[in-house]
Design a protein around this ligand. Structure first.
Ligand code: GRF
Length: 206
């Protein structure tokens, strides 16, 4: 069974969609644990409601030791780490031990509106402010940078002149759920090949 750990900081709708996709046998995976860097993240409730082990790691540690504590919990136990709205930046040994085995969902079409400090509603405010006609979401491998790893899947959504950041966020979030599960599915089925910065998915030409 392909085993994953899901890291969260917030409401956990992406986590919920992964749970639902496993329960309807779309994903042949198991979630070994959910780890949050925020004690009040509702995603922890979602995990508990589905009998999934949860861990809370207090962010008052430096980011390096948060990463080291996460590594202690999951090392040798999972095949993939999924960042689903996880706001701390992973650093150090975990990036080496889990090279090309950590993925992140970002609510824009990288390389637009990403990088340090670009998360949550701020991403959509910047997109609206810039006047883009399309935005969207990206699943990418996590490397030493912030939102800089090889791109696995992207999905575009239209941006309308009357959109508020909240309206755009909701439209993008719907697609995040879809592409994050697709990325997990491709990886769990061994359909991903990384060639430099490029990611080839064997079941589709892209
Ligand atoms: C999503 O917008 C995701 O792109 C961003 O954080 C949010 C997480 O939402 N990284 P949820 O906690 O999965 O509902």
């Amino acid at each position: 069974m392909f085993k994953i750990a899901v890291l969260i900081s917030g409401g956990g709708t992406n986590l919920q969609y992964i749970i639902d996709s496993i329960n309807r046998n779309y994903l042949n995976c198991s979630i070994e644990c959910v780890i949050s860097d925020r004690k009040d993240a509702y995603g922890l409730e979602r995990a508990k409601n589905n009998d999934i082990d949860t861990h809370y790691i207090d962010r008052k540690y430096t980011e390096k030791s948060v990463s080291d504590r996460i590594l202690e919990i999951i090392d040798g136990k999972v095949d993939l780490i999924v960042l689903a709205g996880f706001l701390s930046i992973l650093e150090g040994e975990i990036l080496r031990k889990f090279k090309n085995k950590i993925i992140n969902i970002h609510p824009s079409l990288i390389p637009s509106f990403c990088g340090k400090g670009m998360y949550g509603i701020k991403v959509h405010e910047k997109a609206i402010e810039y006047g883009v006609k399309v935005s969207g979401c990206t699943v990418h491998f996590v490397d030493e940078g912030t939102d800089t790893g090889p791109i696995i899947i992207q999905k575009a959504v239209p941006v309308y002149s009357y959109d508020t950041a909240e309206k755009l966020q909701a439209r993008v979030l719907e697609e995040e759920h879809n592409i994050l599960v697709e990325a997990i599915k491709y990886i769990s089925e061994g359909k991903i090949e990384i060639i430099g910065r490029k990611v080839k998915i064997s079941s589709i030409c892209n």
